[in-house]
Design a protein. Structure first.
Length: 129
């Protein structure tokens, strides 16, 4: 019985260490915010985070309108300490149902330091034809 308890303890310790170190490389840029297309036809609500030492940008949220199918584009800009701008675009094909879950990851981000200030510029939606 004591061997089983030791194995469980070691497994839990490893799990906690992995959780803490993974979370240490995440940064929440916006949490629970709502963004809309310029005409407010499509709105999304969610969070924007960086993961894995700032090499990945992730949007997680929900569709707050019933838009129908199409392509959702989210334009994001980072301003670094040198005053340089870095532009990034997240895109995803969506079904367009109200409250649809959205999880959109960027490509690997290169050349943007961890002190950069990120903001979401625009949300665009292009209906499927």
């Amino acid at each position: 019985m004591s061997k089983a308890i030791n194995v469980i303890r070691k497994t839990l310790c490893i799990a906690v260490i992995l959780f803490v170190t993974t979370d240490a490389f995440s940064r929440i840029l916006a949490n629970g915010k709502t963004w809309c297309t310029p005409d407010e036809a499509v709105c999304i609500q969610g969070s924007l985070t960086t993961d894995n030492g700032y090499s990945l940008l992730r949007y997680s949220g929900r569709l707050k309108s019933n838009s129908g199918p199409g392509e959702l584009l989210i334009a994001i800009t980072a301003h670094d300490a040198d005053g340089d701008k870095h532009h990034l675009q997240l895109s995803s094909m969506i079904k367009g149902h109200y409250s649809e879950i959205l999880k959109i990851d960027s490509e690997i981000i290169r050349g943007v330091d961890s002190d950069s200030t990120w903001h979401l510029d625009t949300v665009r939606f292009y209906p499927a034809k």
